[in-house]
Design a protein around this ligand. Structure first.
Ligand code: MCN
Length: 797
């Protein structure tokens, strides 16, 4: 082969079916005799249910049944929280699939109607008579911890879901009398994930056999099978979970939700298949949200700009109940990353998980790591301002020097490999940083406010060694498995336990197999998403599919190569050690004409007419791969913005992303991942935010009120990379699915604040909407900061 298939930007093989409408999503599934479920959701954020009367609804046209919490109580077990972080007093409060006594957020399920059509089911919802006794509610995670705040759960006093501490080095000493101290209060606003496809479930229970099939919009069908077994009491071997085409998840399709279990319950009760599909408004209320932190953060440093300590107190909103992975996010995936790419000798973080009367919070792209990157990078920029130094220089002074194989940080993690300064220099050279700063000065003199944000980040992904998963309270393993199977015709199926839903592994995994075995990509089909025909795996999230699942695919391919070599030796009547392999051909060393292609070998292995003694027929291999470590991608992002002080409008002029995810299997897919990730991170910085009013109502209840970024708001994202392999997996790869989101929010935020500093604005909460920016500029103006007054880098705050 002249060009390697590993590393080439071939087109995504999943796209033709997606763009021609031939893909099958859960809501496309239609079964004979299928009924439709609609869920009645609480209109109150907190209320006692005095009574629920479904009798009027039951007599509505087409209605098959109405069920309430009284029906599911004792039949379905509570929704499990599957990440009980140790040493943090996690209150795994009861989370009933349908509320029976108390509702705790607007959207909590109260009853379900099953009818012959979706419309009939929805119409009947209005006929259900619920008597609520409204209780006081609280939506802010900090307010919820205060004395006198409404209490959500009797067994979680003070609404505290957990208190977790990360600590390394001597922070008391570092903060005793630091030469320089910078502090901030950061609002990581609550976000709504917005996958294009809302959630949906089709449950089909066959009572004669006791078999349940569940089509579900999930990122991890095997975990759904596992947890569904816990909730329903059905044996795991009797449950088949199918994640057909899944239209994006971004973390929100990791959790196990009540709604899916309600669909299962209905199907089991009625002996009919039951479909439930969310509306967009329902999705906003009942699908998990992300972020929602209030953070008090401070950084100590020397006058030379060496960071000596970092301290945080974080109130992390959990919503009304603990969703599947929720406690792990502001702790393991957040606090342990407080060192970022820097050498920080002392770190302490107090993280309080807090119950509020809001939609439960769980993973959202980046999950904990954007929040960590944000606070580190914000403080570093503030430190630079305080010292009157260039923020890039402060970063450079603190970066961990290049390392190839392991670097310990004080939070207890061991990073795999890194060359942070190379990524920084690559980005700075690309944008011509010094020139850019000159332009900025120059524009300011003409009343144009340009801002530059530079972020150095490092993230944890590729989750992870199972032993560590157990140690940090994750309720499962984090290994992956893959079967690579040759058919007699030389075509290949790859069966994987991971479950991509937009990321493109049907393409990249085929590239891995093709690269390892010399089979054309067109001859390889990657199968995923069905627990009945794929081996066990823990799913697609935490940018782990390629690092962990891809490794299993590569190792299975290598096992096949070794069996192929032995069989080829036998067929060629040569000694095994004399057989060489290249580009899909086994040949006798020195005589390449004496060869067998891998397809010849596959045929002979499958017909098994002439096997060496003791060799089993068939040509396939299974690998269970448990990685020895996480993977730690890194990079530098640069944003250039201009801010119009007269109307607060921010233009994102330029965005440069330099990411290092090790060797790239498919650079076009990697670039696409970075694009999507950056847009999502930009959304948080500039536009997005879930807003509840004082009565606990979600004001941003639809796409009319929740501002998702649109294509025309994004600049042409310039994607570059460096390549630092990880020595911890057989492909050397690191994840890339979240890097864009992790780096971009703070990059853009810092750029905007850089632009606003000469106008006297040094603090703003996200999202940085024009109104907020305009008001801040006006207010600063009243205090003596007019347009065009440049107060320079040394301006204090
Ligand atoms: N890749 C590569 N070379 C590398 C690393 C990755 O070619 N060195 C490729 C992979 O093979 C894959 C893609 O890049 O095709 C992303 O891979 P990876 O980093 O392994 O991430 P995952 O597949 O585990 O995806 C999870 C990640 C997360 S956590 C979120 S959230 C997210 C994201 O991916 N959600 C997405 N990207 C998304 N993209 C789409 N379209 N939809 C989502 O819901």
């Amino acid at each position: 082969m002249t060009t390697r298939i590993f590393g080439s930007g071939i087109r995504r093989r999943e796209d033709p079916r997606l763009i021609t409408g031939q893909a099958t999503y859960t809501d496309d599934v239609k079964l004979v005799g299928m009924a439709y479920a609609a869920i009645l959701r609480s209109p109150h954020p907190h209320a006692r249910i005095s009574s629920v009367d479904g009798s009027a609804a039951e007599s509505m046209p087409g209605v098959v049944a109405v069920y309430t919490g009284a029906d599911t109580d004792g039949v379905l077990n509570p929704m499990p929280c599957a990440w009980v972080v140790p040493d943090s007093d996690v209150k795994a409060v009861a989370y009933p699939p349908i509320a029976k006594d108390v509702v705790r957020y607007t959207g909590d399920a109260v009853a379900v109607v099953v009818a012959e059509s979706r419309e009939q089911a929805e119409d009947a919802l209005e006929a259900i008579d619920v008597n609520y006794q409204v209780l006081p509610s609280v939506t802010s995670p900090e307010a919820a911890t205060q004395q006198g705040a409404p209490q959500l759960h009797d067994d979680a006093p003070g609404n505290q879901a957990f208190h977790w501490v990360v600590s390394g080095g001597d922070t008391d000493a570092a903060f005793q009398s630091p030469e320089v101290l910078v502090k901030d209060t950061i609002l990581q606003q609550r976000l709504i994930p917005n996958a294009m496809e809302t959630r949906s479930a089709v449950a089909s229970y066959a009572s004669a056999m006791g078999d349940l099939t569940l089509w579900s919009t999930t990122q991890n069908p095997h975990i759904v099978r596992f947890l569904c077994s816990l909730v329903t009491g059905l044996g795991e071997h009797k449950i088949r979970v199918i994640a057909p085409e899944v239209g994006g998840g971004f973390g929100s399709k990791v959790p196990m939700y009540p709604s899916e279990m309600i669909a299962v319950f209905c199907s089991m009760k009625l002996g009919r298949p039951v479909k439930w599909t969310e509306s967009r408004t329902e999705n906003y209320q009942a699908t998990t949200h992300g972020r929602d932190h209030i953070e008090y953060v401070e950084m100590a440093a020397t006058r030379e700009g060496k960071i000596t300590g970092l301290r945080t107190t974080v109130y992390a909103g959990m919503g009304a109940y603990l969703s599947t992975a929720a406690p792990g996010i502001p702790t393991i995936l957040h606090g342990l990353m407080y060192s970022g790419p820097y050498e920080i000798p002392a770190i302490k973080g107090d993280v309080y998980g807090v119950f509020t009367n809001t939609t439960p919070v769980d993973a959202y792209r980046g999950a904990g790591r954007p929040e960590a990157t944000f606070l580190i990078e914000r403080l570093v920029d503030m430190l630079a301002t305080e010292l009157g130094q260039d923020p890039v220089e402060i970063r450079r002074r603190n970066l961990i020097p290049k390392f190839d194989n392991g670097h310990d940080v004080v939070t207890g993690l061991t990073y795999d490999s890194g060359d942070y300064e190379l990524a920084l220099d690559t980005a700075l050279n690309h944008v011509n940083y010094h020139e850019l700063r000159h332009e900025q000065e120059h524009s300011r003199e003409h009343g144009n406010y340009i801002g530059i944000g530079v972020t150095c980040y490092c993230e944890i992904c590729g989750l992870g060694p199972s032993q560590v998963a157990g140690a940090v309270g994750f309720g499962g393993g984090l290994w992956e498995s893959a079967i690579v199977r040759f058919h007699a015709t030389g075509k290949v199926n790859v069966f994987v336990g991971t479950s991509p839903h937009g990321q493109g592994e049907e393409t990249t995994f085929a590239q891995v197999v093709s690269d390892e075995l010399g089979v054309p990509v067109e001859d390889i089909e990657v199968v995923h998403g069905d627990t009945d025909n794929t081996p066990m795996g823990w799913g697609t999230y935490g940018s782990r599919t390629t690092v962990v699942g891809g490794a299993a695919v590569a190792l299975s391919s290598r096992k096949i190569k070794e069996k192929g070599r032995a069989l080829a030796a036998h067929l060629l009547e040569a000694a095994e050690q004399d057989i060489e392999y290249e580009d899909g051909k086994f040949f006798v060393r020195g005589s390449p004409d004496q060869n067998k292609t891998i397809q010849d070998v596959a045929l002979m292995a499958n017909v098994a007419w002439n096997m060496p003694e003791g060799m089993e027929p068939g040509l396939e291999a299974t690998t269970f791969y448990d990685p020895p470590n996480f993977s730690y991608p890194f990079g530098t992002h640069v944003a250039v913005v201009s801010v119009d002080p007269d109307n607060g409008y921010i233009e994102l002029q330029r965005y440069v992303a330099v990411d290092d995810c090790g060797p790239q299997i498919n650079p076009v897919i990697v670039e696409g991942q970075v694009h999507g990730g950056v847009a999502q991170g930009a959304g948080q910085a500039l536009w997005e935010g879930a807003v509840y009013d004082d009565n606990g109502q979600l004001l941003t209840g639809s796409l009319l009120d929740y501002a998702l970024p649109r294509a025309h708001l994004m600049p042409d994202i310039e994607v570059l990379s460096t390549t630092t392999p990880s020595l911890d997996n057989p492909l050397g790869v690191k994840g890339v699915g979240e890097t864009g989101t992790i780096a971009s929010t703070v990059t853009i935020y810092n750029a905007v604040l850089d632009a606003l500093r000469p106008l006297g604005v040094t603090k703003l909460d996200m999202p940085l909407t024009p109104e907020k920016v305009w008001r801040a500029v006006q207010e600063a103006g009243l205090h003596g900061h007019g347009h065009g007054h440049d107060h320079g880098h040394g301006h204090s705050h």
